[in-house]
Design a protein around this ligand. Structure first.
Ligand SMILES: [Zn+2]
Ligand SMILES: [Zn+2]
Length: 491
C-alpha cells in the first residue's frame, strides 16, 4: 500500500479516489496522529486485539476502512515499520540496524524494489512500505475483582528475603537481578510480587528464552492463580491475540508487544538465545511500559548484568550445598566411540549405577556423538534411551525417566535447564568440548540433589583434557558453597 500526507493526515491509496502522488510510508514524514475523540464508539474487539501490541496490517483481521476510521478518531497509530536514521535503516519491531541484515526484493505492494528486515522475518515481513499499527485508546478491562491465591508452601530464609525485594522492586518500578543458585526455588519467590501486581490491576509478563521453561511454568502458575486467565505464548501456541492480565511467553513472542506490561520478569536471562541476541533485549524493553519494573532471574549471571542491582540466594531451598563436579579423564572418547567402544571409566560408572538401580542423565556435545554412543549403552541395558531438541518423544522420555521406566537418558544440552528429577546423577561426556561453557556446566551440575530427600548425587565431567570452562564451573560452585556456609544459609 502507498500513502500520501495531506493536512497533517495520512491518506491511504486504496481508500482514496484522488490521484495524489502516493509514496511508500518509509519516505514520508509521518504527522503526529489525530487527537483522540472521546465520544467515538470504538470497536471493542479491535481494542482487545491491538492493545499493547505493535502489529502489521496483515496480522489484523479487520477491514482497512475500520482501521483507518480508528486512525482518524485518534485510536490507532500508523507508523512505518522501517525508519531511516541518516544512511541507516532501523526496524521498529526488532531494533535491527545492521545493514547486512536488511534484504531487498521486488515488492508487489509499492511496485518498487523494497528493503526489508531479515532479522525478524520469522514473524512476517517488515518492509520499507509496511506499516505497524498501535492502539492509542484505553486499555480493555480484563482484571479479576479478587485474585485467588492458591499456595501455602513456606519459603527458605533466602527465598523470603528475595520475595520481599521483588515486591519492593515491583512497587517502585525498579530493576532487580535475582541471582539464585540452581535449585534455590526461584519460581516461588515470584508468587507474592505477582499476586500483588495482579491485585493492583497491573499487567504482568513472565518470559523465558526457552519454551520448555514456559511449558513447565504454565500449569504451575495456573494452579497458584486459579481465577486469573493466564495465557502461554510460544512457537506453535495460538493464544497470541487473546488479552490477559498475565502472560507467559518465550522472549521471541515479545516482538509483537508494545508498552504492554507493568511488570516484566525474565527467567534464565543467561540462556541461549537471549544471552546473545540483542534484538531480544530490545523486544523485552519495548514490550514493557516505560515506567514498568523488571525482574531478571539467573543462576549464572554474565558480565552484562554487573551494573544491575542484584540479590543473591546462595543456598538451595533445602539448605544442602550444591553438588560439586568431579573430573574423570576418559581418554580419547571420540576415537573409542568410532571403534564402537565405550571409554572404560564411563562404562564402569554406568554399570555401577545400573547395579544400584540409580538413574542418570548423560550429556553429549552433539547429536551425532550421542547417536554413535546409544547402541553401546543399550548393550548395558536395553531401556537406555536418548533425546534431542527435535525429538517428538522428548516430553514422554523425560517423564519416563522421572517415573523410572528409563534408567539412563542420553541427551544433548537441551536438558541442561528446567528439568527437575529427584535422586538423579549426571555426567558430561567430552566435557572439554566448547559447547560446554561454564554456565552450561553449572546448570548441568544443578540438576543433581534438588530434592530435600536426596540432596546429593554424582556430577562427573568425563574429559580428554580439562578445559578452562570446566575449571571455572568448579570454582564457581565451590565459591558459592563457601559463601553460603559462611552466611549461615546451609543447614
Ligand atoms: Zn514495498
Ligand atoms: Zn526487524
Amino acid at each position: 500500500m502507498r500513502y500520501y500526507v495531506k493536512n497533517q493526515l495520512l491518506i491511504l491509496e486504496p481508500l482514496s479516489k484522488h490521484p495524489y502522488p502516493y509514496q511508500s510510508i518509509a519516505s514520508l514524514s509521518i504527522p503526529s496522529p489525530p487527537i483522540l475523540n472521546p465520544t467515538f464508539t470504538f470497536n471493542a474487539s479491535l481494542q482487545k486485539y491491538l492493545f499493547g501490541k505493535q502489529l502489521l496490517l496483515d496480522e489484523l483481521p479487520f477491514p482497512l476502512e475500520l482501521l483507518y476510521q480508528h486512525y482518524l478518531e485518534g485510536y490507532v497509530q500508523w507508523e512505518p515499520g522501517l525508519i531511516k536514521k541518516g544512511n541507516f535503516l532501523r526496524c521498529r519491531r526488532c531494533g535491527n540496524q545492521d545493514d547486512t541484515l536488511f534484504g531487498e526484493f521486488q515488492c508487489f505492494r509499492c511496485h518498487h524494489s523494497c528493503k526489508y528486515c531479515r532479522k525478524c522475518i520469522m514473524m512476517g515481513r517488515v518492509s520499507a512500505c509496511s506499516a505497524l499499527l498501535l492502539w492509542r485508546g484505553n486499555a480493555p478491562t480484563m482484571s479479576v475483582s479478587q485474585v485467588e491465591f492458591n499456595w501455602n508452601g513456606t519459603l527458605s530464609q533466602g527465598q523470603e528475603e528475595a520475595s520481599k525485594q521483588i515486591v519492593e522492586t515491583i512497587k517502585l518500578g525498579r530493576q532487580l537481578l535475582v541471582w539464585a543458585v540452581c535449585g534455590a526455588g526461584k519460581t516461588e519467590i515470584l508468587f507474592e510480587g505477582i499476586r500483588q501486581a495482579l491485585s493492583n490491576n497491573r499487567k504482568v509478563c513472565l518470559a523465558s528464552p526457552r519454551t520448555d521453561v514456559i511449558l513447565e511454568l504454565l500449569p504451575r502458575l495456573r494452579q497458584v492463580f486459579p481465577n486469573v486467565n493466564i495465557i502461554g505464548l510460544y512457537g506453535g501456541s495460538e493464544e497470541i491475540f487473546q488479552q490477559s492480565q498475565f502472560i507467559l511467553a518465550t522472549t521471541h513472542q515479545l516482538f509483537r508487544f508494545y508498552q504492554a506490561f507493568d511488570v516484566m520478569i525474565i527467567d534464565e536471562v543467561d540462556a541461549f538465545p537471549f544471552s546473545y541476541d540483542e534484538s531480544l533485549h530490545f523486544a523485552v524493553e519495548k514490550a514493557k511500559k516505560r515506567i514498568g519494573s523488571s525482574v531478571y532471574l539467573t543462576a549464572t549471571p554474565t558480565r552484562r548484568w554487573k551494573k544491575t542491582p542484584t540479590f543473591k540466594i546462595l543456598a538451595r531451598y533445602h539448605g544442602h550445598p550444591l553438588p560439586q563436579p568431579t573430573f574423570h579423564w576418559c581418554g580419547n572418547w571420540k576415537k573409542l566411540l568410532t571403534k564402537r567402544k565405550l571409554p572404560p571409566s564411563i562404562q564402569s560408572w554406568i554399570t555401577e549405577l545400573l547395579q544400584k538401580e540409580k538413574q542418570a542423565l548423560l550429556f553429549f556435545p552433539s547429536v551425532s556423538v550421542m547417536n554413535q554412543a546409544l547402541p553401546l549403552f543399550q548393550k548395558l541395558h536395553k531401556k537406555i534411551a536418548s533425546v534431542h531438541a527435535t525429538d517428538s518423544q522428548r516430553k514422554e522420555k523425560v517423564s519416563k525417566l522421572r517415573n523410572g521406566e528409563i534408567p539412563i537418558l542420553l541427551t544433548t544440552t537441551i536438558l541442561e535447564r528446567g528439568v527437575t528429577i529427584s535422586n538423579l546423577n549426571v555426567a558430561v561426556i567430552g566435557a572439554e568440548q566448547t559447547i560446554f561453557t561454564e554456565s552450561a556446566l553449572i546448570q548441568i551440575a544443578g540438576r543433581v540433589g534438588r530434592d530435600a530427600s536426596s540432596p546429593t548425587g554424582d556430577v562427573i565431567f568425563f574429559h580428554n583434557g580439562k578445559s578452562r570452562e570446566m575449571e571455572k564451573a568448579l570454582i564457581h560452585i565451590v565459591t558459592i558453597n563457601r559463601q553460603a556456609r559462611k552466611s549461615g544459609a546451609l543447614t
